[in-house]
Design a binder for this molecule. Structure first.
Ligand code: NCD
Length: 313
């Protein structure tokens, strides 16, 4: 098996070298600079079975800046709606010649399934509540480059705030940032913690005011309304009052801390301040870093031998 299905496929050394490679990728295809030709003549196929704006565009941009050919299947316009099975879809597109797959699906485990039907590497672009490994990589990159900590994150205090239960972003980040040495605090109502309780390696509080002045990174999560059973969410404005980033809380942040969000933001729910008014915001840097990090990942899985070791998931 090859590809990138979970953050757990990566050793710390592999993470560090992907982030270093992302540094090199940053120059390509920006402001008139030449593209990399690392994937010239290769084809990257993206299968997005769930809505996505930034992740889909980010992977496509990354593939193009590596000079790959791209094929994108958005489910709304594909034969999947005519009842073609997932396997038939993958085998049909695969028969046209695909060197790497990028897969997003609302069900956990679909990228793994697809990896069993193809010899080409599969990169998980988000599956259900499970994993979103390239998001965690771009977040680690953004934190280390913003705080000047190079690769490791030893001693960096990260608060992940909000709907942790339904968040593949949280799951991937807790694993990856934790293994790079970050201290992780989960800030959430008990009902939005993962089903099995606090994930190993992290501590929990439901008092955002208590941690906001103390963290290096405030990582806000989107409230995933489409995945939430209503009774889990504190009623009305109570969620925002307790867990949103408000101007009052923003004023408590250290000046040298940073604020992140994977997008899309729910303004007025978890974000009650405009990031444009927040000097600590790195939300747009996350988006631009995402392209460089995905370039490093795509290059590595196609020609650089980034092999999933399997068995860790
Ligand atoms: C996240 C996702 O889809 O998992 N967004 C993203 O990839 N940029 C987070 C979210 O949807 O809340």
């Amino acid at each position: 098996m090859s590809g990138l299905l979970s953050t757990r496929d990566l050793s710390v050394d592999q993470i560090v070298s992907l982030l270093a490679e992302a540094d090199e990728m940053k120059i390509h295809g920006v402001g008139g600079a030449p593209k990399s030709d690392a994937l010239k003549g290769r084809t990257v196929a993206s299968l997005f079975f769930e809505d996505s704006t930034r992740t889909k565009v980010s992977f496509e941009t990354a593939a193009k800046r590596l000079s790959a050919d791209t094929v994108t299947l958005a489910v709304g316009s594909s034969s999947v709606n005519k009842g073609e099975s997932l396997r038939d879809t993958v085998e049909t597109i695969g028969a046209m010649g695909v060197d790497a797959w990028v897969v997003r699906h609302r069900s956990s485990g679909v990228p793994l399934l697809i990896s069993r039907w193809t010899a080409s590497p599969v990169v998980n672009a988000g599956d259900g509540w499970h994993q979103h490994p390239t998001q965690a990589l771009l977040d680690a990159y953004t934190i280390s480059r913003s705080l000047g900590t190079d690769a490791g994150l030893r001693g960096v205090k990260v608060a992940i705030v909000g709907d942790i239960r339904h968040s593949r972003v949280a799951r991937s980040n807790i694993d990856l940032l934790g293994r790079l040495g970050a201290e992780i605090v989960l800030v959430a109502p008990r009902t939005l913690l993962p089903v099995g309780g606090v994930i190993a390696g992290a501590v929990w509080t439901d008092d955002l005011d208590d941690v906001v002045a103390d963290v290096d990174v405030l990582y806000m999560l989107r409230v995933q309304r489409e995945r939430i059973n209503g009774s889990l969410l504190p009623a009305g404005d109570e969620y925002s009052e307790r867990f949103a980033l408000t101007p009052r809380r923003a004023a408590m942040l250290r000046r040298d801390s940073i604020v992140m969000h994977p997008g899309p933001m729910n303004r007025g729910t978890e974000m009650r301040i405009d990031p444009a008014d927040l000097p600590q915001s790195r939300i747009l840097e996350q988006v631009s870093n995402g392209v460089a990090v995905r370039m490093a990942v795509l290059r590595s899985v196609v020609v650089g031998g980034l092999a999933s070791e399997g068995g860790h998931r």
